[in-house]
Design a protein around this ligand. Sequence first.
Ligand SMILES: *[C@@H]1O[C@H](CO)[C@@H](O)[C@H](O)[C@H]1NC(C)=O
Length: 150
Amino acid sequence: MASSLLWCLLVTCVLSVVRIYGEERMVLKVLNLRASNLNNGMFQTPDGYVKVFLGPRYGGKTEVRNDQHDPWWKEEFGFFNALENDLLKLEVYDSDFVIDDLLGSCERSIKNGTFQHECFLKKGGTLHYTYTLGPIQQNLEDFENLEALE
Ligand SMILES: *[C@@H]1O[C@H](CO)[C@@H](O)[C@H](O)[C@H]1NC(C)=O
């Protein structure tokens, strides 16, 4: 009697953990990265690229767009198991022979849904980007695309 009650409690507990975990499994997608009036404070036109982070997690970087003040990047970045209020960080660099120059960085705590943002870069110019935070189940197609990126 006592052991079946215990068993019952255990099953209930496991089920609710699975349910809570399942609800929180969300994917963050970062896309439509572009910059305008990118400036490195020097005479050369910037060779820009962007690094993407979610909290301590590094999501990768874009290709370098050589000699462009208004570059765009086609790459999309995905993070599994993202949570609301996680910190999304985008760092814009000017590629150089020796040390790449940080032109500015953008931080934002993410919310459910799809949002378009722009942020001003320390050395001049603006970064534009879009992100989507949502459950994995919502869009299986996105899920497949994200897997392809990894
Ligand atoms: C965001 O989505 C998650 C997963 O669907 C949900 O658990 C959470 O309550 C949502 N937050 C808001 C503010 O709607």
